[in-house]
Design a protein around this ligand. Structure first.
Ligand code: ZN
Ligand code: ZN
Length: 243
């Protein structure tokens, strides 16, 4: 096992604890209606706020962009782009005789795996400033640095239950079997990118259903098992020391 990477990962996750947005009680918690919430939803136009302890299942900390249960449902039913605040950056450009100019864009809060090619017309509507900036830079430097490996999982950092199982079953039964059942989400670190670019992906995402991803899941379970064994051996020692 690569100890240094393991250390990096836990340092980053600990750091994230302090980065959790505290909105100073601007919004009341959706569950208990009290102020001073610790978490607000990153879903597009949502702003629902929660206490970590009011969530089901409750959370102790939360790295990465967080979505409330309403936005999780939206993400499952409509797709990840429905919860993004929009285009974040442009990574490639192509021009075809029939289809005209298209741009390869990354979306706010979403991994590179969710990038899309979109037309210049749509670009002009959604992100005109970004487009003119890209054009100036592209024509000057002609440098595209986008890498395919950014869409390949490198390591699975955390696993979480999306919502209580009963609720999930209700949701999927209501969707008339048109969606594969999905109970968990994985916090994915991508190849060639840092821990700050890790994102939460549904366990049914095609990128997590490959043999490579299965190996990463086994690695994750083995790390958790090793950690649990280590923690319980420490606990036994403490008990022993106290006798
Ligand atoms: Zn609350
Ligand atoms: Zn939300």
């Amino acid at each position: 096992m690569d100890i240094s990477k393991e250390h990096d990962s836990s340092t980053h996750l600990r750091k994230s604890l302090f980065e959790i947005k505290t909105n100073g009680g601007a919004n009341a918690c959706v569950v208990c209606k009290h102020p001073e919430t610790e978490l607000s939803c990153d879903g597009k136009g949502c702003n629902r706020s929660y206490h970590l302890s009011c969530l089901d299942p409750p959370l102790q900390n939360y790295p990465g962009a967080w979505l409330c249960i309403f936005c999780i449902k939206k993400k499952i039913e409509i797709g990840v782009h429905s919860i993004s605040e929009g285009i974040d950056s442009i990574w490639n450009f192509k021009e075809e005789l029939q289809n005209g100019k298209h741009y390869f864009v990354k979306y706010n809060g979403l991994a590179h795996i969710h990038n899309q090619w979109i037309s210049e017309t749509l670009m002009l509507q959604e992100a005109p400033t970004l487009l003119s900036k890209f054009k100036r830079k592209y024509y000057k430097e002609r440098a595209i640095r986008w890498k395919q490996e950014w869409t390949e999982p490198h390591r699975l950092l955390l696993k979480r239950l999306l919502m209580p199982q009963k609720l999930a079953d209700g949701l999927f039964n209501g969707l008339a079997n048109s969606f594969p059942k999905c109970y968990h989400e994985w916090f994915v670190k991508w190849k060639g990118l840092g821990y700050e670019d890790a994102t939460w992906e549904l366990e049914t995402s095609p990128v997590l259903c490959t043999p490579e991803a299965m190996t990463l899941m086994k690695d994750y379970e083995a790390r958790i098992e090793a950690k649990t064994a280590f923690d319980s051996s420490k606990a036994e020692k403490v008990v022993y020391d106290m006798e």
